[in-house]
Design a protein around this ligand. Sequence first.
Ligand code: PLP
Length: 420
Amino acid sequence: MLSVSRRVQSLKPSVTIAFMNRAKAMQRAGKDVLSFAAGEPDFDTPQTIKDAAIKALLAGQTKYMPTFGDPDTRAVLAKKLTDENGIPNCTADHISISAGGKHSLFVACHVLLDDSNSGGPGYVQPEVLIPVPAWVSYVPIAQLAGGKVIEIPTTVDTGFKASAEQIRKAITPRTRLLILNSPSNPCGTMYTPEELKAIGRVVAEAAATIAPDITVLSDELYEKIIYGGIPHFSIGSMPEIAERTITLNGLSKAYGMTGWRIGYTGSSGAFGKKFTEAMATYQGQMSTNITSFTYPAIRAAITQCASEVETMRQAFAARAEVINARLAKLPGIKNAKATGAFYAFPDVSAHFGKTSKGGRKIDSAMSMCEALLEENLVAFVPGEDFGGCGKNHVRISFACSEQQIHKGMDRFGEFLAGLT
Ligand code: PLP
């Protein structure tokens, strides 16, 4: 019997995309579905960015380019990481550019982790520490690259943040990678600079003792969408771990550019350069450069669009206030206030064991989301796939108007009131 690889057979399709598609199909069928499923800003790409790409396209920048694009674009990103994020010893040679943050993550994991084929004699499976709940792609991508995922559980009570002590306990001589994400998808919460510094010190200490190969991948895709008073901090700015830290970012979320597919990594020092060269080797056999005429658009976004980014940030801040306030009033809903990104991730498990108005048994986040969508026409994403306590939570993406948030919360409230 012909078959596809076991590698792909073990991959689960994304629940987020499944719910998004279901909501869209119902909308197409004429139903008034309010969708809070998609993880993308509802803002269009700023005109300055579009113009830069159009100009390059019309000028004929349509051919192959070096794997990570032109040196000017890499230099702009290196300067951004140096000036805004405080990453030391970060030059154009420390920048990789890929087709989205997800692609950057995919290549980075394959560059850092050995599987049993590439590991050679005496192979020991590298361990990847991931605080959970976490973005749905970390676990499958780390596993595809050969990593053994060690989940670090967090809870709503601590804002879904792993403590330095938890991370210290999870590190072993086999630890190769720690993935951090602040602001967080799906949790909408952020680590404080102090919390990240404590984690950085633990990593530095482990690197000097039991885990010499440990690296950190800091996913900062949502760094511009913050509003809770916590400043964004890049752990890669800590001199003691800078060289072993990869900062992952991209243009999707901050600039309304999810469809453009632009992500990048920045690193530091001698290992950072070696890492970036390895990224180029790997990506050179995978996809080579991203679309040629988008490089000027990257430069335009980074250097000319601060005011557009600020306008979007303010809109997200206002929406977060609405959703934080509305969720706080709903019975049996425990929510950690959103302070970054555009997600709320409330614990809804107090309602498990009940039955919906339409007669559906609610015994999980999945069954709640299904009933809510079918009966009250609201699409949330069930938290099961985000790992850990996610099974008790639903993810609500508030990348939509305040009016829609109010309407959605009204319907969610009616749904909860109808449970018996
Ligand atoms: N990191 C996080 C935490 C995300 O939520 C996403 C997208 O949802 C990404 C990375 C990747 O984004 P993209 O591939 O669109 O750049």
